[in-house]
Design a protein around this ligand. Structure first.
Ligand SMILES: Nc1ncnc2c1ncn2[C@@H]1O[C@H](COP(=O)(O)OP(=O)(O)OP(=O)(O)O)[C@@H](O)[C@H]1O
Ligand SMILES: [Mg+2]
Length: 326
């Protein structure tokens, strides 16, 4: 059973529009509503893979109620923590050529009592769970140390933690020793405070995150595949994809694939890549089912191509994180 934590969930509305014209009334040809948020995406992918999952999340107002209904319809158990502020609704505008414009609402500001209730709900639900996947940015009102506190509490309850977040909240949580962290290339570069140009640069950065406290680092590198750096060594895996339709949620599906395959070692890495590759071939943020996966397309190796330039090299400016890491 996999528990997910989404501190700032959303209801995602997507409108298909002929063209985005500022200042005009734009008539949509179609619209849809999906549950949103990174932990929610992981739960959707875990459920699509046929495994049990519980989504822990703050819920407020009518949007929160609708979100809970949609999650239940996806086969996800919902542990909703009632909050006073209304759950946010985000909007995506998709044009025929695939151009995506997003408007994301800030979401409610959580009170100290709501923050504590959310931590307590996670701790209670972590009993008997195989993994707790904590994903995404923190809403207003939660301090950057919130994930660190969550890791400390759930570890005391005996569960393993996978963390997918970035910036100061990632750095603070590393000190509590999360079992797995899943940065993408940009998040990895930001965490170590320097640019990544090659696969080898990403390996070095991932190793540094381990010295900062992570048990294992599953680094997703977009079209360049993924790295798993753990106590036993470094594995690299990738899969060729003919046509990329939408990379939205590919990282979240990867984490779900990793955890449902045991959350450790080469086979779990291969599952992560199979899930990522399948997701980019599906529209929007649709999560893959077992029928969508092509495990035979995944190449896994201990012979990491360190000199290979990244297809999308990442250059970040100095960040607060870089000062701490330098
Ligand atoms: N263009 C691509 N071609 C092939 N595979 C891809 C491509 N983009 C993504 N993937 C697969 O999906 C995985 C996750 O993608 P990515 O690294 O972009 O995650 P992410 O930035 O965390 O995504 P998100 O947070 O939006 O879910 C990659 O490691 C890779 O396996
Ligand atoms: Mg991601």
């Amino acid at each position: 059973m996999i528990v997910t934590v989404t501190p700032n969930p959303s209801l995602d509305r997507t409108y298909e529009i002929p063209a985005l014209e500022r200042g005009a009334v734009v008539r949509a040809a179609g619209d849809r509503v999906d549950p949103g948020g990174k932990g929610v995406n992981v739960s959707r992918a875990v459920a699509a893979a046929g495994h049990r999952t519980v989504a822990v999340l703050p819920l407020g107002g009518p949007v929160g109620a609708l979100l809970a209904e949609l999650l239940a319809a996806h086969g996800i158990e919902v542990e909703g923590v009632p909050v006073a502020g209304p759950t946010r609704a985000n909007m995506s505008l998709v044009e025929p050529d695939g151009t995506l414009t997003k408007v994301n609402a800030p979401g409610p500001e959580l009170t100290p009592a709501e923050s504590e209730a959310l931590l307590e709900a996670v701790r209670a639900r972590s009993v008997g769970a195989d993994w707790i996947a904590c994903c995404g940015s923190l809403p207003r009102g939660l301090p950057p140390e919130w994930y660190a506190e969550l890791v400390a509490r759930t570890h005391r309850a005996g569960a393993r933690i996978a963390l997918d977040t970035s910036g100061p909240s990632l750095l603070a949580a590393l000190r509590e020793g999360p079992d797995v962290v899943k940065p993408n290339a940009e998040e990895l570069a930001e965490a170590v405070g320097r640019p990544l140009a090659t696969v080898g640069d990403a390996v070095k950065a991932a190793e540094e995150l381990r010295t900062m406290g992570a048990g294992a680092v599953l680094a997703s590198l977009g079209a360049d595949g993924q790295l798993l750096v753990d106590a036993t060594g470094t594995y690299y895996a990738s899969a060729e994809v003919a046509t990329v339709r939408s990379n939205v949620g590919a990282g979240d599906a990867s984490l779900a694939g990793f955890l449902t395959a045991g959350g450790t070692g080469e086979a779990a890495l291969a599952s992560a890549v199979a899930h990522g590759a399948a997701t980019v071939q599906l529209p929007g943020s649709v999560m893959p089912t077992p029928a969508d996966l092509d495990p035979a397309a995944v190449i896994t190796t201990l012979d990491v191509p360190n000199d290979r330039p990244l297809k999308e090299p990442v250059w970040t400016g100095a960040s607060p994180a870089s000062k701490g890491a330098a």
